[in-house]
Design a protein around this ligand. Structure first.
Ligand SMILES: NC(=O)c1ccc[n+]([C@@H]2O[C@H](COP(=O)([O-])OP(=O)(O)OC[C@H]3O[C@@H](n4cnc5c(N)ncnc54)[C@H](OP(=O)(O)O)[C@@H]3O)[C@@H](O)[C@H]2O)c1
Length: 226
């Protein structure tokens, strides 16, 4: 697998990455699931294949998955973002797009998931952008989408996805959103707006707790033209 329409998901063994892998597989896109441990990636790919008959999904170590798709989604906890990017950056080629989905939740320092920690670069996405080789674009997306809703294949996800980054790379990631029923891409402009979008996830987590919505509350912008 190394096709133009392939999507790699590093940390695709976890809740959010597996949810995206399932949804992209349902949409007929080849998916390379990455893990630090090959067997975990292979098991996750098998899981997707069992739920989505005919799915083109394979498991690889993270660096190998990176080399197998033009779009690479980072799906590891914020505190492991830098080490994960450093571990794969030699496999990144100019023209590839890295999607940052991480949120600097305060759980990284043992505090609550409804709070954030500061990031020197401004956001997780800008941290990633500071680490990738020249010619690799970083786009921020999917931070406000619930893993539970992604994994519940019988339902639509019902959430807007604010996509931020350089224009052409942003457009390509926006095209991924409607592959998942209920996701709508919203043009989020430059990457620095990830600072705002990442913070919304901490707010959503707090709302989930206060309103007791274990499946996850989503986000909708009103008044956008069709
Ligand atoms: N869960 C949600 O509802 C949700 C919603 C929006 C955004 N997000 C974002 O999506 C990302 C993934 O979230 P998640 O809930 O799926 O996380 P998770 O299940 O806790 O972890 C995802 C994967 O990260 C890898 N990982 C764990 N420790 C690591 C380490 N020390 N170094 C490198 N990789 C490590 C693991 O993969 P291997 O052990 O296979 O390597 C794990 O399966 C996060 O940045 C989160 O902020 C999550």
């Amino acid at each position: 697998m190394s096709r133009d329409d392939s999507i790699a998901i590093l940390g695709g063994t976890g809740d959010q990455g597996l949810g995206l892998a399932l949804r992209f597989a349902v949409a007929g896109r080849p998916v390379a699931i990455g893990s630090r441990v090959l067997e975990r990636a292979v098991t996750a790919a098998k899981n997707v294949g069992e739920q989505v008959p005919g799915a083109e999904v394979e498991g690889f170590e993270n660096a190998e998955a990176t080399a197998r798709a033009p779009i690479v989604i980072l799906s590891v906890p914020f505190e492991h973002t830098a080490s994960t990017v450093k571990g794969i950056r030699e496999r990144l080629e100019p023209g590839q797009i890295v999607v940052s989905m991480g949120v600097p939740l305060a759980t990284a320092v043992g505090d609550a998931a409804s709070r954030m920690v500061g990031v020197w670069q401004g956001s997780c996405a800008e941290l990633v952008a500071s680490l990738v080789p020249k010619g690799v674009q970083v786009v921020s997306a999917f931070q406000n989408v619930s893993a539970h809703r992604l994994q519940s294949l019988e339902g639509a996800v019902d959430c807007d996805v604010v996509v931020s980054g350089a224009a052409e790379a942003r457009r390509r990631v926006m095209e991924l959103c409607p592959l998942v029923p209920g996701l709508r891409a919203v043009d989020g402009g430059p990457l620095a707006n990830a600072r705002i979008v990442e913070g919304l996830t901490a707010l959503l987590i707090g709302l989930n707790i206060r309103y007791k919505v274990s499946a996850g509350i989503g986000l909708r912008f009103t008044g956008l033209p069709e």
